[in-house]
Write a protein that binds this ligand. Structure first.
Ligand code: UD1
Ligand code: UDP
Length: 377
């Protein structure tokens, strides 16, 4: 048996691992282990996704919880090393760009365990973003780099990654979206009613440290959202990081035009996205999902590691210019939102391509594993 061990930890990992595990489960000769680092732990940041996306229960949970970057990354490394020394998988798959991703990749590289990075090659070219550091490092030490779009391949080749390690597979997040969309569509109307939303509304989610860690910045964003909500009712699904500062600012009360709710489950958030008039976000995954759904997206960031959502999709980077946010939102409310297309290979089959690549590389990877001299702890 060729053992693939998946490491996940934070919300955006769960919708990525789900279709890959599903696709690999149909391949003979592959066994799978799922390890949760515990980076995200609230029910609505973790467990709800396992249930809704039918992800198997994790085989192990490292329960690292929250902490500074160093503490969180180091704790994951220490605890994961113990697990990997006894599990000795043939391949570890890591997902996206969170601390759990880079921590797992570092441990594997020191143990000589081959690493596959799902969602490799994305670059914002902004090293003040913790995720950019995680992406750069993870890609440098991965053995198999699975990219969602052509720009990922270009970035990796430019950084000196051997082209034979890089595979353009498409977007696994879209695999999950495509599978769950019928269920979400069926729920949309009743959910809208339950949340007290009008026929037309906008959806908001924000959690980047650059937007939500400083009172002045968050205050300006909330003021702009309040203004926009006078023309279009807004539902703001508040990430726990954002909630902390909003509570501290004394801004936790919703009003009928700007409603604040806790983080939503995947099906609920998708249901609301697909019938929203606009989405305002700084989330990486939400930029992609809105592009696929054809919903105008205003991204409160100066840059994006997902440029196809701007060049091909419905995404507009408004930066941190709140007047620009108001202006672009007003255009959308008038029915002049950006239209877009779906990037190549965002077709719901990325995970099948990944499973195909892994099975065809199984013998090569396992012989490489046997050859490599693993370091002792
Ligand atoms: C992390 C990722 C980010 C990703 C985001 C997705 C890193 C460096 N950041 O950011 O790339 O876009 O997840 O959501 O990996 N908290 C809770 N409950 C939870 C989890 C977190 O209350 O279940 C609170 C804690 O106070 C914690 C804070 O949120 O300190 C931030 O959590 P953390 O995982 O460090 O970073 P995120 O901002 O969630
Ligand atoms: N999401 C969700 N509920 C919410 C907000 C987001 O299910 O309240 C989903 C969203 O549809 C997408 C994923 O979370 O699939 C994106 O994760 P997140 O924004 O936490 O991280 P990022 O993509 O920015 O790293």
């Amino acid at each position: 048996m060729f053992q693939v061990l998946h490491v996940v930890g934070a919300r955006p990992n769960f919708m990525k691992v789900a279709p890959v595990m599903r696709a690999l489960s149909t391949r003979p000769g592959v066994s799978q282990v799922l390890l949760h680092t515990g980076q995200h732990y609230d029910r609505n940041m973790s467990e709800v996704f396992f249930r809704q996306l039918e992800i198997p229960e994790p085989d192990d949970n490292l329960e690292v919880g929250s902490g500074s970057h160093a503490v969180q990354t180091a704790e994951i490394m220490v605890r994961l090393e113990r697990v990997l020394l006894s599990a000795r998988p043939d391949l570890v798959l890591v997902y996206g760009d969170v601390n759990s991703t880079v921590a797992a990749a570092l441990v594997c590289s020191k143990l000589g365990i081959p690493i596959g990075h799902v969602e490799a090659g994305l670059r914002s070219f902004d090293r003040s973003m913790p995720e950019e550091i995680n992406r750069l490092l993870t890609d440098q030490i991965s053995d198999l780099l699975l990219t969602p779009s052509e720009d990922g391949n270009e970035n990796l080749v430019r950084e000196g990654v051997a082209p034979e390690k890089v595979f353009l597979v498409g977007n696994v997040m879209i695999d999950t979206l495509a599978r769950m969309l019928p269920l979400a569509e069926a729920k949309g109307d009743s959910l809208r009613g339950r949340l007290g939303l009008a026929e037309a509304y906008g959806l908001v989610t924000l959690h980047r440290p650059s937007n939500v860690d400083k009172v002045e910045t968050l205050r300006e964003i909330v003021a702009a959202l309040s203004d926009i909500s006078s023309g279009l009712q807004l539902l703001f699904a508040v990430h726990p990081r954002t909630r902390q500062l909003l509570d501290g600012m004394g801004f936790s009360a919703s009003h009928s035009r700007l409603k604040l709710v806790d983080p939503l489950g995947y099906v609920e958030f998708l249901a609301l996205q697909q019938r929203a008039s606009m989405v305002i976000t700084d989330s990486g995954g939400v930029q992609e999902e809105t592009t696929y759904l054809g919903i105008p997206c205003l991204t409160v960031r100066e840059n994006t590691e997902r440029p196809v959502t701007v060049t091909l999709g419905t995404n507009i980077l408004v930066g941190r210019d709140m007047d620009r946010l108001r202006l672009e939102a007003a255009k959308i409310i008038k029915g002049k939102g950006k239209a877009g297309g779906i990037p190549p290979l965002w077709d719901g089959k990325a995970s099948d391509r990944i499973a195909g690549i892994i099975t065809s590389m199984m013998s090569a990877l396992s012989s490489k594993t046997k050859r490599s001299s693993r370091l002792s702890p």
